[in-house]
Design a protein. Structure first.
Ligand code: UFG
Length: 337
């Protein structure tokens, strides 16, 4: 299939691009590089041996999206592009709703016009809100605690309604848990702007000496050691889930939702210890107050993805920690070398 990857220069998009090409598909990237670097495209060429067509466009721009669709003859779209910082979304909700919803609507309109019928969406476990219980199963109650999460849930609804109205449309909603790690080559990985919000990039920047110590947000949660528990998944496993999802969409109409997680919950201190052991580096940390909006525990029941997509996470936590560190230590300034 020929697949449009919006946000294909980002962390998850770039890893998915490699796995799609490995599986024999063709990838085209549309990205405005607002949160990614052009160097990613050179690295993707180096890793895949292919010149991946690239459109430096905002996918909310109807005219540019239309002319791209007119030229490319896509079979499918994977929509990664979107604003994704929880705190920023609280401060600038309209910017989040405008951007995340507009891009999706523009893509859906272009897809209808050019008869492109397969859509895979980057959703998030954040749509489960404060979970009633764990592990999380796809049918459980949803609800969000911040505008970023609401954009994900609203887009899930828009896509579900679009697929109900258009019997040719296939939609797969992928609810990601916590992607970490990097490509084993150490050539592509996560390159956050400024001080990282997420745990693993923070740890790797402490490891490289860019940040003095990790702040652990709360040690009084009802978990085995008091720190927050999450389902960390290797980004390459996550990328492989997209290959299965796009192939599923091509064969099945309507909407399906899948959790992409490992099913295992690790605490913040479990991650610190695993990183230290895997890489033989000490990570100094201090306990800080809880972070607003955080929940105690969040991990997936990944059974549906296994049974229906034939996909399962395979990488160990040790490899996730090693690959995160290889990327950071080989690229101390991210893509800015
Ligand atoms: N944490 C720290 N210190 C830090 C950063 C994080 O202790 O410096 C802790 C958090 O409190 C949490 C865990 O590490 O317990 C993971 O935090 P992340 O910020 O890495 O990830 P979240 O689970 O908060 O958020 C992720 C994605 C969001 C998504 C959310 C829910 O980043 O986009 O999962 O699916 F919305």
């Amino acid at each position: 299939m020929k697949i449009l990857l919006t946000g294909g220069a980002g962390f998850i998009g770039s890893h998915t691009c490699i796995e799609l090409i490995k599986a024999g598909h063709k990838a085209v990237i549309a990205d405005d590089l607002s949160n990614s670097k052009p160097a990613v495209l050179e690295r993707l060429k180096e890793l895949t041996g292919q010149d991946i067509p690239f459109y430096n466009i905002d996918v909310a721009d109807k005219e540019k999206v239309d002319s791209m669709f007119a030229k490319e003859n896509f079979d499918a779209v994977i929509h990664f592009a979107g604003f994704k910082a929880v705190g920023e979304s609280v401060a600038k909700p309209l910017m989040y709703y405008r951007n995340n919803l507009d891009t999706t609507l523009t893509l859906l309109e272009a897809m209808a016009k050019y008869n492109v019928n397969n859509f895979v969406f980057s959703s998030s476990a954040t749509v489960y809100g404060v979970p009633e219980r764990v592990p999380l199963v796809e049918g459980m109650k949803t609800g969000c605690t911040n505008p970023y999460g609401w954009t994900k849930l609203m887009i899930e609804q828009i896509l579900t309604d679009a697929a109900a109205a258009d019997k040719n449309l296939s939609v797969v909603l992928l609810r990601y848990f916590n992607p970490i790690g990097a490509h084993p080559s150490g050539r592509i990985g996560e390159d956050p702007t400024g001080i990282p919000n997420n745990l693993l990039p923070y740890i790797t920047q402490v490891a490289i000496g860019k940040l003095p110590q990790l702040g652990v947000f709360g040690n009084d949660y009802p978990t085995h050691d008091g720190t927050g528990v999450r389902d960390y998944i290797h980004v390459v496993d996550l990328a492989k889930g997209h290959v299965k999802a796009i192939e599923y969409a091509d064969k099945n109409k309507g909407t399906e939702i899948f959790n992409l997680g490992t099913g295992i919950g690790y605490s913040v201190l479990d991650i610190v210890k695993a990183f230290e052991k895997a890489n033989d580096i000490k990570i100094p940390y201090v306990i800080k107050p809880r972070r607003d909006g955080d929940i105690a525990e969040c991990y997936a029941d990944p059974t549906k993805a296994r049974d229906v997509l034939g996909w399962q996470a395979e990488e160990t936590l040790e490899n996730m920690c090693k690959d995160s560190w290889r990327w950071q230590s080989n690229n101390p300034k991210g893509y800015e070398e």
